[in-house]
Design a protein around this ligand. Structure first.
Ligand code: DLZ
Length: 164
């Protein structure tokens, strides 16, 4: 797994664009809430650390990861942010739901990136078990919420967009 090689919270702060003139949406899944709450905490802290104002962050919950693409589209259309971060956690377990949900959310977020003029960030953990998810949501492998926020700041600055 890639995050065995790289801590998700490791980055060079000097390479991160200042977010004081940026606006973000965050869509977060309620399924596996303990994990997704930690992802959200990490994403919010990282955005604020790089200058994003609290009032310029719109957080919206959805029931599960499968609903992230639709939730992200609604946030994009209603809040007009510079990027939307999608946070979720799908744990493999015993059922084939894992493959269906992972495929649905991945395809959905990919299509949003191609259909809209803003980036949609994939902050979804797809793990074999709960321990792997805990390790990547503020545990020994860092926090995917931090990584998603850093990616959002970099992608939002790609076109030099400023707050409207
Ligand atoms: C149904 C389901 C299952 C089995 N597992 C997860 C999961 O591990 N992570 C997650 O975010 N959501 C899960 N869901 C819920 C689906 O994402 C979705 O909310 C429902 O299928 C309703 O569309």
């Amino acid at each position: 797994m890639a995050s065995n090689l790289k801590n998700l919270s490791d980055y060079d702060p000097a390479t991160i664009p200042n977010g004081s003139a940026m606006k973000f949406g965050i869509v977060v899944s309620e399924w596996n809430e303990k994990i997704t709450a930690s992802l959200l905490k990490g994403a919010l802290a990282t955005l604020k650390k790089h200058g994003v104002k609290e009032e310029n962050i719109k957080v919206q919950t959805v029931p599960g990861s499968f609903e992230l693409p639709y939730g992200a589209r609604v946030v994009a259309e209603q809040s007009v942010p510079h990027a939307v971060i999608c946070l979720g956690c799908v744990i493999q377990g015993e059922t084939r739901h894992f493959d269906y949900i992972c495929q649905g959310v991945t395809k959905g977020i990919t299509e949003l990136n191609l259909d809209y003029d803003i980036p949609f960030i994939f902050g979804v953990l797809t793990t074999e078990n709960q321990q792997q998810a805990l390790d990547r949501s503020g545990g020994k492998h860092g926090n995917k919420g931090d990584e998603a926020a850093v990616t959002a700041l970099k992608m939002a600055s790609l076109r030099g967009i400023l707050l409207q």
